[in-house]
Design a binder for this molecule. Structure first.
Ligand code: GDD
Ligand code: MN
Length: 374
């Protein structure tokens, strides 16, 4: 008998969920040759060690441990590319996705009648009871409505994280998937050329067993990111667009703080004798506030998948961000100054400086603030 199915389990802090899940897979997949690929992003709770321990007892379980990387979508893609099984499934490792659907998905695909099968929380007979909040349920439904417009497909739950497809379909287009965020099924549906025949199976979406959800960006936000990524992401990368938008909001914050400081001070010009003007003070306070504002928003949104948490990491990240931004500012001023001296008009020169400074800030901070080897 040869391998028929690989179940990809992206994990982040799911140590306690693994053993019971493998037992459930074993029970649900009797008579089917399967393997499970656990793709763990070096979870602090030791998920990868637990996965290796399970693998020693049961070699059908394999482990990919990624160091310095985060992200559900990219983990799922790498897992799907790391198996020889002809069919690949992706599911949450937290027991929210009922393994009993796997044989039905497999049967639908092996019959040749379908190209993708997935578990829908909103199909006839399904239940989304496990969605952590009403808001999240609403968000999911709205995102689904939008998704239907984009893919042109009538799916009740394109944001589902539980699906199966032939590995060759996935691999043929793997290089074109965005790998950002968590709308991986949607990404596949929107990327693969030609109409896919989709089999929908009603899923009873359970509460997660142990631990907590990592996907606390709202589905709607995630979805908008996904849309942007598909439409413009190739010209201006999604993360950079977010970074830039937040940077622009930072400029507004800067101006507001500067204005406030100047107003409060009554405009009599000097604060500390003749060398330090109130403008210098206002400009410095505004720069620090705007920089902090940018740091917080980038940490929450742009790098939500690599978010820094806890006092120590946040302070270190903030300091690194500050250093990065000062280098960016120097290159900004430097480039603009050179341009003006070579006869360019000040405004375009300023813009070129700003763009170069932002690219620099982005490149450096994604490496040194939210990147690997922190
Ligand atoms: N390797 C890796 N890296 N795995 C991750 C990461 C990551 O950065 N973030 C989350 N995971 C794993 C989790 O450990 C879990 O096994 C699975 O991916 C889904 O994460 P959850 O934290 O359980 O997500 P959720 O239940 O809130 O979200 C569900 O609904 C979404 C749509 O609303 C999931 O089914 C998503 O797949 C789905 O898109
Ligand atoms: Mn989950």
């Amino acid at each position: 008998m040869s391998l028929r199915l690989a179940i990809i389990l992206p994990t982040y802090n799911e140590r306690k969920n693994l053993r019971p899940l493998v037992a459930k897979l074993d029970a649900a997949l009797k008579g089917i040759e399967w393997e499970a690929v656990i793709v763990d992003d070096n979870s602090p709770d030791g998920t990868a060690d637990e996965a290796r321990a399970i693998s020693l007892d049961d070699p059908r379980v394999r482990v990919i441990e990624r160091i310095g990387r985060r992200g559900l979508a990219s983990a799922a893609i790498e897992g799907m590319c790391a198996t020889a099984a002809p069919m690949v499934a992706v599911m949450d490792a937290d027991h929210q996705h009922d393994p009993a659907l796997l044989p039905q998905m497999l049967a639908a695909l092996e019959s040749g009648d379908y190209d993708v099968a997935y578990g829908s929380r909103f199909a006839e007979g399904a239940s989304a009871a496990g969605l952590s909040s009403k808001g999240r349920e609403k968000g999911s439904q709205l995102a689904n409505k939008l998704a239907r417009k984009v893919t042109g497909m009538e799916l009740s739950d394109p944001m589902s994280g539980y699906f199966m497809l032939p590995a060759r379909i996935l691999r043929a287009d793997a290089h074109r998937l965005s790998g950002v965020g968590f709308k991986i099924l949607l990404d596949i549906l929107a990327t693969v050329e030609g109409p896919l025949r989709v089999k929908e199976l009603p899923l009873t979406f359970a509460q997660r067993a142990e631990g907590e959800s990592k996907l606390d960006r709202t589905v709607v936000f995630e979805f908008l990111i996904g849309l942007y990524d598909k439409w413009l992401g190739r010209i201006i990368p999604t993360r950079f667009a977010l970074f830039g938008t937040i940077g622009a909001a930072g400029v507004v914050v800067h101006m507001a703080v500067l204005t406030t400081v100047l107003r409060l001070n009554g405009g009599d010009g000097f604060v500390f004798g003749r060398w330090i003007t109130e403008f210098d003070v206002g400009q410095s306070i505004a720069a620090v506030v705007a920089m902090t504002f940018n740091f917080v928003l980038n940490n929450a949104l742009t790098y939500a998948d690599k978010r820094l948490a806890g006092f120590g990491p946040l302070m270190r990240g903030w300091l690194r961000f500050a250093v990065t931004c000062s280098v960016g500012m120097l290159s900004n001023i430097g480039v603009a100054a050179i341009l003006v001296r070579s006869g360019f008009h000040p405004y375009p020169s300023a813009i070129v400086g700003i763009v170069i400074g932002s690219v620099w800030n982005y490149a450096l901070s994604s490496r040194f603030v939210w990147g690997k080897y922190k």
